[in-house]
Design a protein around this ligand. Structure first.
Ligand SMILES: NC(=O)c1ccc[n+]([C@@H]2O[C@H](COP(=O)([O-])OP(=O)(O)OC[C@H]3O[C@@H](n4cnc5c(N)ncnc54)[C@H](O)[C@@H]3O)[C@@H](O)[C@H]2O)c1
Ligand SMILES: [Zn+2]
Length: 372
């Protein structure tokens, strides 16, 4: 078992990472939660796999458990589903001392966290993330949100959990496509924020690919440590937290332009990271050898092709609506060396158009190639 601490004064908390450590969960929960009732939020897939085990553990820890199970998928991250959780909590008589526990991927975590932040003006919250994406990214850092019909994550809060419990055994049942989408966020940490993680992933890629438990524990812990460090310094994204958005400007635009139905988030982010490398080359922020190294790394996962009907102007229109724009300019996180990135607002629209064309016209592979 490895522990990472998120240092946020009185809102500090621990992230515990390990395999087959379910039996240790009751004690960990009793340390951070007050006795009483808990709302166990999960989706149908995860609940059918791990729900009974989680209920048993919570009961063993002395909690009275009220399960609230939502349909799987992004479509559940809504005020409508949050309202269902409020209703379940009110009917179960959950008071201010009770807790919401999220057992699932980023959808469950974001929704349960949002509901916990707002129910009775805030009740305790614990994350038990079960996708790779949620384990390395969404469960850490306290961003919680639901979607609005006019855009993703538009209604939310910064609300830190009391504990993040990362049980690696859950990854054994995660579908391959979901695992690879989460791997894109892992690749993000290595390529933009931490050279030693990048080197370790390059060297041990087969172990990662095969979900080797001890290497996964090492990598997931490293990602949580990087994110925890950044969040401790900049909880509300006024500065360096924005570096975590490497690959996300173009990634979000691709997701939005395809109505969130074609790409998984990580798939779009991987394309966004390759686009960022190409933009960094155009701005001469990266040497060709450095770019080649990063693109070679992304190629190990491979870029998903664009849908045939997707046009450059649809992606550009989505970019213009990005909520992270400052005034008229899009903000890009661009690599400035392996394991290092910076924030730039001097990317011109013709540069973006050229890079998008490489992706759209060359079945994705154009973004992985180097002209020099
Ligand atoms: N809060 C943040 O900082 C943050 C950061 C990144 C992403 N997000 C959000 O996270 C969401 C995406 O999260 P996600 O990728 O985890 O998707 P998800 O929660 O939809 O999970 C993906 C699929 O895997 C299934 N699943 C989950 N765990 C499983 C397991 N162990 N075994 C088998 N199946 C399992 C789920 O039922 C679902 O069908 C998006 O809404 C995104 O906006 C939030
Ligand atoms: Zn992301």
């Amino acid at each position: 078992m490895k522990t990472v601490k998120v240092e946020l004064a009185e809102r500090s908390y621990e992230i515990i990472v390990g395999s087959n450590m379910w039996e240790n969960l009751p004690a960990a929960l009793k340390e951070v939660l007050r006795p009483g009732k808990v709302l166990l939020v999960s989706d149908e897939n995860v609940f059918s796999l791990y729900g009974q085990r989680a209920i048993g553990i919570l009961q063993e820890a002395g909690f009275k458990v009220f399960p609230a199970v939502i349909p799987p998928g992004e479509g559940s991250k809504t005020l409508y589903r949050a309202n269902e959780l409020y209703t379940a909590a009110i009917k179960a008589g959950l008071d201010r001392k009770t807790a919401f526990i999220a057992l699932g991927g980023g959808v469950v975590g974001d929704l349960a966290g949002f509901a916990a932040a707002t129910y009775l003006r805030g009740v305790d919250f614990v994350q038990i993330p079960t996708t790779l994406l949620a384990q390395v990214d969404s469960s850490v850092g306290g961003k919680v949100a639901v979607n609005h019909e006019l855009g993703k994550n538009l209604v939310g809060a910064f609300y830190q959990p009391k504990l993040v419990w990362i049980e690696l055994e859950t990854l054994t049942t995660l579908p391959r496509r979901e695992f690879l989408a989460g791997a894109a966020e892992v690749v993000k940490y290595g390529s933009a924020l931490d050279l030693s993680l990048l080197e370790s992933l390059e060297k041990n890629w087969p172990a990662f690919w095969e979900k080797d438990a001890s290497f996964l524990a090492e990598v997931i812990t490293a990602c949580c440590r990087i994110k925890a460090e950044i969040v401790s310094q900049d909880e509300k994204e006024k500065g360096i937290r924005a570096l975590l958005n490497f690959g996300h400007t173009v990634g979000h635009a691709l997701e939005a332009a395809t109505s969130y139905r074609y790409y998984l988030h990580g798939e779009a982010v991987l394309i966004g990271m390759a686009a960022a490398v190409q933009l960094a080359l155009l701005l001469e922020l990266l040497k060709p050898d450095e770019a080649r190294r990063l693109l070679g790394f992304f190629a190990r996962i491979g870029l998903k092709e664009a849908p045939a009907s997707l046009t450059r102007s649809e992606v550009l229109a989505a970019l213009k609506k990005d909520k992270k724009r400052s005034g008229k300019k899009s903000i890009f996180v661009l690599p400035v060396g392996p394991g290092r990135a910076g924030i730039f607002d001097n990317v011109t629209s013709s540069m973006v158009a050229a890079v998008l064309d490489r992706y759209l016209h060359e079945k994705g592979q154009g973004l992985l190639a180097l002209d020099v």
